[in-house]
Ligand binder design. Structure first.
Ligand SMILES: Cc1cc2nc3c(=O)[nH]c(=O)nc-3n(C[C@H](O)[C@H](O)[C@H](O)COP(=O)(O)O)c2cc1C
Length: 192
């Protein structure tokens, strides 16, 4: 099973790097698998620490995919790291072992601290739709336009029916990102 989370790691200059990442569990360990190249990967290799943030604030997911990387954080309790203010819960991780891979190394991490901050409010379809749309946006260059358009049209139904302000804002950022990607691609094609 994969849970979609926000992973925070520390950059070499001490600033915080925030990225959406899928997380798996294996034998009591947390498994993070960043594709190469990635800042999260570099930071995990250098610091061997990370924080997993479990949040229902989908503006963080959509924001990271649309150039909005600065989200309020506070210091972690045990590791050298930061906790997202929007986290309902967080887990602080120490890298236990690394399985090298040409494309996607696997970091097996041991939990060293758990924090619970706010209750889970229940499932919301618009939040799930924003997560799906964020995945589509992360694969814009790999997927045909028709697939993106048909999936976005379907996901829009849940947004229209069940979104709150946060979900609507996150959705608009992603729709705008798709529009801008296509317009830039058109300009580049005209120039070449
Ligand atoms: C819900 C969601 C889950 C994601 N999971 C992963 C993942 O497991 N591994 C990965 O490399 N990128 C994943 N991505 C894409 C990264 O968040 C994105 O490419 C990001 O820029 C990672 O690179 P960075 O560490 O350089 O920021 C995911 C994106 C979304 C929206």
């Amino acid at each position: 099973m994969i849970h979609e989370t926000i992973i925070t790691t520390l950059n070499a200059d001490g600033s915080t790097h925030i990225a959406p990442m899928g997380l798996r569990h294996e034998d009591g360990l947390y498994l993070i698998a960043p594709f190469k190249p990635s800042t999260t990967l570099d930071n995990l290799l250098r610091t061997r620490q990370a924080v997993v943030n479990l949040t229902d604030d989908v503006t963080v997911f959509a924001g990271c995919l649309t150039g909005r990387h600065d989200w309020p954080c506070r210091p972690a309790e045990v590791v050298e790291g930061r906790v997202l203010e929007a986290a309902l819960a967080h887990v602080e991780l120490q890298v236990d072992r690394i399985e090298e891979d040409e494309n996607r190394p696997r970091f097996y991490c041991r939990p060293v601290h758990h924090g619970n901050h706010a209750p889970f409010a229940g499932f919301n379809r618009a939040q799930a739709a924003v997560i799906e749309a964020a995945i589509l946006v992360s694969r814009l260059s790999m997927l045909p336009d028709e697939k993106i358009d048909s999936e976005m049209a379907y996901l829009q139904i849940a947004v229209d029916k069940t979104a709150g302000d946060r979900e609507r804002r996150a959705w608009e950022w992603l729709v705008e990102r798709i529009r801008r990607y296509r317009s830039e691609r058109k300009t580049e094609a005209a120039q070449s």
